[in-house]
Design a protein around this ligand. Structure first.
Ligand SMILES: [Zn+2]
Length: 406
């Protein structure tokens, strides 16, 4: 069945409703949903656990974007088979107190996710393997998978890789917007510290291979990226990164990086966050206010939770009073096209970054995902191609990481 909301959206898509193709127009929504339904639709990066720990957010209720972009009813509406909830911790100064804080925060997000899923087993379930994702889909449930964004909670303790694996985490994004003990970040204002992957980072990478944890190279510097490919025996993912040659941002991957990632068997999951899809208008009020805030909070390195909450409120009000001009699905799918032209259909997917800044003008939340499928169909991708993009490619990488375990 086509959700009412999606019917509205489809009929707003002029490309599908060209009068000369009226016959196609009439069958298009059902065709879109059929192809979408047949694919394993997997979103490899969202920051929804940040919502879950605030105590006010009930994921079993239907919310509205932009305030919230993921909840369980909308996951069903968007026919999403699996979604990664990232346990995100911002990088702070590396003191014993801050290591402990990051560890506690990651565990708090993990526990909140498990509780939320346990309360909603009629719609979602936790999945920690490719088989569990497929099984959840067979039972018409969305698989909630766990990732960790920033290896800061590992706190230089290698045994925590296995500890978090045993708790259900299946990928670790090695760092976030600043350098950490593992590697250099692509966006640290002070530049590189380790010249790529540190010696501890090399141990972490090998340990992740050993236990079956997927290595996520989003956010890490170019040198760190190439170091990881040298060290990792299993293929890796970029859980939420886009194409640098279309949008010159250090967070995005260059063509050389995408080629190397593909040669290594990995996958780039296109991130649908505005400033990774099209270069930001640096003269806009939104950009200026955002940069002021970034500087004020030292590139998001908060002193404590109170400061983090104040910064989030400030961020929300910037979005409200100076709303960004967001790119569209057409511009995001250009990134998919680029990767396909560069390295073929087997190395691209989608990681929304919803609830962490992700969202397009016409893809505001997980319920809008069928609209991306509609655009892919329009561009001539076959249902087999679309199945690869939405989840097949990621599942292949996940499977080879599972097989690598020793
Ligand atoms: Zn991120």
């Amino acid at each position: 069945m086509i959700p009412v909301r999606f019917m509205k959206l489809i009929f707003a898509l002029p490309v599908i409703l060209l009068p000369v193709r009226s016959a196609i127009a009439q069958i298009a929504p059902a065709r879109v949903m059929k192809i979408h339904h047949r694919a394993y639709v997997i979103d490899t990066h969202t920051d929804t656990p940040m919502e879950l720990i605030n105590g006010q957010f009930d994921p079993s209720r239907h919310h509205e974007a932009p305030a919230s972009r993921v909840d369980f009813p909308r996951l069903r509406e968007g026919d999403v088979d699996a979604i990664f909830f990232a346990l995100y911790t911002g990088q702070r100064e590396r003191t014993p107190e801050n290591y402990e804080h990051a560890y506690q925060l990651a565990n708090q997000m993990l526990d909140s996710t498990l509780v939320a899923v346990r309360r909603n087993l009629q719609t979602v379930r936790i999945a920690t393997s490719t088989k569990a994702i497929i099984n959840a889909s067979k039972h018409n449930k969305t698989a909630i998978c766990l990732g960790m964004e920033n290896g800061f909670p590992l706190a230089r303790d290698l045994s925590r890789v296995k500890e978090f694996y045993q708790k259900g985490v299946r990928y670790i994004t090695l760092c976030h917007s600043s350098n950490n003990d593992i590697c250099d970040s692509s966006t640290d204002p002070d530049g590189p510290e380790h010249s790529g992957l540190s010696s501890f980072g090399r141990e972490v990478t090998a340990e992740m291979n050993r236990v079956g944890m997927i290595i996520d190279v989003s956010h890490i510097s170019d040198k760190s990226f190439f170091d990881v490919l040298e060290v990792s025996k299993a293929p890796v993912i970029a859980s939420h990164s886009s194409v640098r040659s279309l949008c010159n941002h250090p967070r995005n991957l260059s063509d050389n990086m995408i080629r190397a990632l593909a040669e290594h068997g990995g996958v780039i999951q296109i991130c649908i966050l505005g400033s990774y899809i099209v270069p930001e208008d640096t003269t806009s009020e939104h950009h200026i206010k955002h940069e002021e805030l970034r500087r004020k909070y030292n590139n998001w390195q908060y002193k404590d939770d109170d400061e983090r909450r104040v910064a989030w409120r400030a961020w929300d009000s910037i979005n409200k009073y100076y709303p960004p001009v967001l790119p569209t699905i057409v511009q995001a799918v250009d990134h998919i096209d680029h990767v396909v032209k560069l390295v073929g259909i087997d190395h691209v997917g989608i990681g929304s970054d919803f609830d962490g800044g992700g969202g397009l003008a016409d893809c505001e939340d997980v319920a809008d995902f069928p609209k991306i499928t509609a655009e892919l169909i329009k561009r001539g991708y076959t249902k087999k191609d679309i199945a690869k993009i939405w989840g097949g490619n990621f599942l292949r990488v996940f499977r080879s990481v599972e097989k690598f375990v020793n």
